[in-house]
Structure formats: structure tokens, C-alpha cells
Design a protein around this ligand. Structure first.
Ligand code: ADP
Length: 431
């Protein structure tokens, strides 16, 4: 399920950025290409201006000069006298002569058909010469050209010089630019996809982890509930046929298992409340030493039953008030004391202590019981986690410490576990 979501998110993320990038590339190409075209046309016009001035300065049109110019630039020159191609063209014509003539014809046709006013064509008539630039497409070759018709006014007959410049180099430059952009865009799309895959993977990681925990929680909860339920069902079955003297025993079992189930359901509700941010913590200024004293008094009889020496160490000086939810903090102390009594053998020692340092309260439960291995220390706050050797304890579901952890977290505090000096464990809550 998550793999599909991951792929979809990656495609969405990479797709949207790729579309934006392609649109921007197209806009850039459009601006760049129109700029290139405009510059080319302007440079063509400038060249024609220079050519016209040079021609005006020559007393006769030098064919060598035109030939040199043609060789230098990408220009084709045609000299027409009274509309008839002049010697220059014939001299230069080889086998391409028909193609050149065709191009000349097409250019002249294009010049005539360019929809410009006569005034524009004759705009330079006050000067010795005039010229007009335009773009046309050769119908025979499909190539685009800039063309210019220079009318040399200084000569008696109507002498025209037609200059053509092929747009092929510009088109090639534009094609190269497009090709480079396609390559860059493809590389960028590839990188974007890789980045999106990693990025969405990182985003999904906590969700996947949460989902994994939820599934595990449900599986563990069902497993834990099944055991007391099975006992209740079999005891109820036995009740049907059991003699009256045994009936009480079965009913007691049903009641005990019912209570276990109720405790488990309560624990699960507490944790699900914390997951849904419905964990009610109502902090108020409380005296932590009094709270600890009450817990000590409540658990002392239980400890005595197991011949465990439960002691309490409180600071002699009066402590400042602590802002905490008394019910919830009592619950944490109860969980820690209950565990300590459960995992400490008979004649053991448990010490409940409190001290205050630098604005923090340190509340500790230390025992000299079975202790916790280092590899288990990280896991004991996980839901339903129980260290193997203590699994046999029937009224422990592995939820106590995870509830304590959520309560302390909701208070903005911290809970830690360490090895106690001389064996056993010490749990410290920092508020
Ligand atoms: P449980 O209800 O099983 O005690 P907890 O979440 O309170 O669940 O504790 C998780 C596990 O941590 C316990 O199963 C036990 O193995 C271990 N543990 C907790 N407190 C102690 C302790 N004081 N000494 C040794 N092991 C402990």
C-alpha cells in the first residue's frame, strides 16, 4: 500500500515540478529565439547600410568587391540592370546557375508581394540610394532568407542590387539551443524524480512507522485479550455442569479474568487517548513530596506482603510547588512502584526518592531486583514489550511503562532507566 502511495507521490511531485520547468524552458526559448532573430535582422540591416554606403562611394560597381563580400559573409549578391541580371551573376554562376536564378526570382516576387506602402519602399528616395529588407521563404527549397533590395539611384539606369542572407545558420543555432534544452530538461527530470523519491520516502517514513506500530498494537492487544477471554468462556462452560461446591471457584476465575480484561482495556484506552491527542493533563501547582508520600503509604502494604523493604527519601527543606497533573503523576509513580515490587524478589529493597535541582524535580524508584539488560532498556517503553523472563507474570501486559512514558511526555518531562548500584534498576522521572 505504502509503495503505491510512494510511487504516486513521487510522480506527482516530479510531474508538477517537471511541467513548471518545461513551461519556463519554453518561455525562455521563445524569448531567446525571438531575440536572436531580431538581432540577426538588425545586423543584416546594418550590413546592408554599410554595403550601400560602400557602393555609393564606388564610381563603378566593382565586381571583385562584390565577389569578395560574398565570400566573406553569408550573402548572395545579384546585380540587376533594368530588371535584367547583370554580368556579375553570370560570371559567378557555375552549375548552380538555375538554382540561383530561381532564388532571385523568388526573392523578387517576395519583394513585390511584401505588403508595404510605396512610401516605405521609396522612403530613402531623397538620398542617392534606397534599400528595403524583408524575410521570405524559398518555395523551391523551403529555406528562409533575409532579403534586401538596394536601388542605386546614382546610376542613370535603374540599377538594383539584391542581397540575400540565408537563415540556415540561425536556424541551426536555434536547433542546437533547443537540443541542449531538451538534454538539460531530461537530466533535470531524472534528478527531480530521484529527489522526489527520496523526499517523499522521508515524508512517508514516520507515517509508515506509525502504521507498523498500530498494526503491531492491534495484534498484541488481540493476543492479550484472547487469553482472559478464553479462560472466561471455558469457566462459563464449566459452570453449566459443575457441582455447586466448585461453582464458586469458576465464578471467581471469571471475575478475576474480567478484571484483568478491564484493566487491559483501560490501559489501551489511555494509550489510544494519548495517540489521538485526547490525553487529558490538567497541570496545577502541587507538592510532589506529599504526592510521593501518599504513593509510599499506598504501596507499603503490598511491599510488606512480599517482605520487601520500601523506603522513601524526601528533601528536608521545603520544595517549590511543581506544575503537574496530580492524578497522572500518581499513576506514573504507581506503575514504577508496581513494577519494582513485581520484579524484586522477596526480602529485596525499594527506595522512592525526590530531589530538586536547577528548576527540575527528579523523582526516582530504585530497586535491587532482577534488573534490565542494556538491549532491553531501549525497548521497555514500547507497547506490549515485556522482557522474556518476566513474561510469566500474569497481571503485566507490557503497557505500564508506555503509559508512564506518554504521561511524562505530556508534562514536557523525561523518563530514564539505568542500572542501580549493586544490581537492580533505577527509574527516574524528570519534571
Ligand atoms: P509490565 O506491565 O509487563 O510490567 P511495563 O511496560 O511496565 O510492562 O514494563 C515492561 C517490561 O520492563 C516488563 O515486562 C519488565 O520486563 C521490565 N521492567 C519494568 N520495570 C522493571 C523493574 N523495576 N525491574 C526489572 N524489569 C522491569
Amino acid at each position: 500500500m505504502f509503495r503505491k502511495v510512494h510511487i504516486r507521490l513521487t510522480l506527482l511531485c516530479a510531474g508538477i515540478t517537471a511541467v513548471i520547468m518545461i513551461i519556463m524552458s519554453l518561455c525562455y526559448l521563445y524569448v531567446s529565439e525571438t531575440g536572436l532573430y531580431r538581432n540577426q535582422f538588425q545586423s543584416f540591416q546594418n550590413d546592408i547600410n554599410t554595403i550601400t554606403t560602400n557602393l555609393e562611394q564606388q564610381s563603378v560597381i566593382s565586381m571583385e568587391w562584390l565577389s569578395k563580400m560574398e565570400a566573406q559573409g553569408n550573402y548572395l549578391f545579384y546585380v540587376l540592370d533594368g530588371g535584367i541580371p547583370f554580368l556579375y551573376n553570370q560570371l559567378n554562376d557555375t552549375g548552380e546557375s538555375s538554382a540561383r536564378s530561381l532564388l532571385l526570382e523568388e526573392c523578387r516576387k517576395a519583394y513585390q508581394s511584401v505588403t508595404i506602402t510605396d512610401t516605405e519602399k521609396q522612403s530613402d528616395s531623397s538620398y542617392l540610394s534606397s534599400h528595403f529588407e524583408f524575410e521570405f521563404v524559398s518555395e523551391s527549397t523551403g529555406s528562409r532568407y533575409f532579403g534586401s533590395v538596394i536601388s542605386m539611384g546614382k546610376y542613370a539606369s535603374s540599377l538594383e542590387i539584391i542581397v540575400l542572407s540565408s537563415l540556415q545558420p540561425l536556424e541551426q543555432q536555434i536547433m542546437e539551443q533547443r537540443f541542449h534544452f531538451i538534454l538539460i530538461d531530461l537530466a533535470a527530470i531524472f534528478l527531480l524524480t530521484v529527489f522526489s523519491w527520496l523526499f517523499t520516502g522521508l515524508l512517508l517514513k514516520p507515517i509508515m512507522e506509525n502504521h507498523r506500530k498500530q498494526v503491531q498494537f492491534v495484534a498484541s492487544a488481540s493476543h492479550e485479550l484472547r487469553t482472559p477471554l478464553a479462560v472466561i468462556l471455558s469457566a462459563a462452560e464449566c459452570c453449566k455442569s459443575a457441582p455447586s461446591e466448585k461453582l464458586e471457584g469458576f465464578l471467581k476465575t471469571i471475575s478475576q479474568e474480567g478484571l484483568r480484561m478491564s484493566a487491559l482495556v483501560n490501559d489501551m484506552l489511555t494509550l489510544s487517548g494519548s495517540d489521538n491527542q485526547r490525553f487529558s493533563v490538567r497541570p496545577k501547582p502541587i507538592e510532589l513530596d506529599t504526592l510521593l508520600m501518599n504513593s509510599y503509604e499506598a504501596f507499603d502494604p503490598l511491599a510488606q506482603d512480599k517482605s520487601i523493604a520500601l523506603s522513601i527519601i524526601l528533601p528536608e527543606k521545603a520544595l517549590p510547588l511543581c506544575s503537574a497533573d496530580p492524578e497522572r503523576i500518581s499513576q506514573v509513580v504507581s506503575i514504577l512502584l508496581h513494577n519494582a515490587i513485581s520484579y524484586t524478589p522477596e526480602h529485596g529493597r525499594i527506595e522512592l526518592s525526590l530531589f530538586h535541582k536547577k528548576e527540575h524535580f527528579y523523582l526516582s524508584v530504585k530497586d535491587n531486583g532482577i534488573g534490565i539488560a542494556d538491549e532491553d532498556k531501549k525497548k521497555i517503553f514500547d507497547r506490549f514489550y515485556r522482557v522474556e523472563k518476566s513474561r510469566s507474570t500474569k497481571d503485566h501486559f507490557g503497557l505500564g511503562l508506555s503509559i508512564a512514558y506518554e504521561i511524562v511526555k505530556a508534562h514536557g518531562g523525561n523518563i530514564q532507566v539505568a542500572d542501580a548500584d549493586g544490581g537492580g534498576s533505577i527509574f527516574t522521572v524528570i519534571l
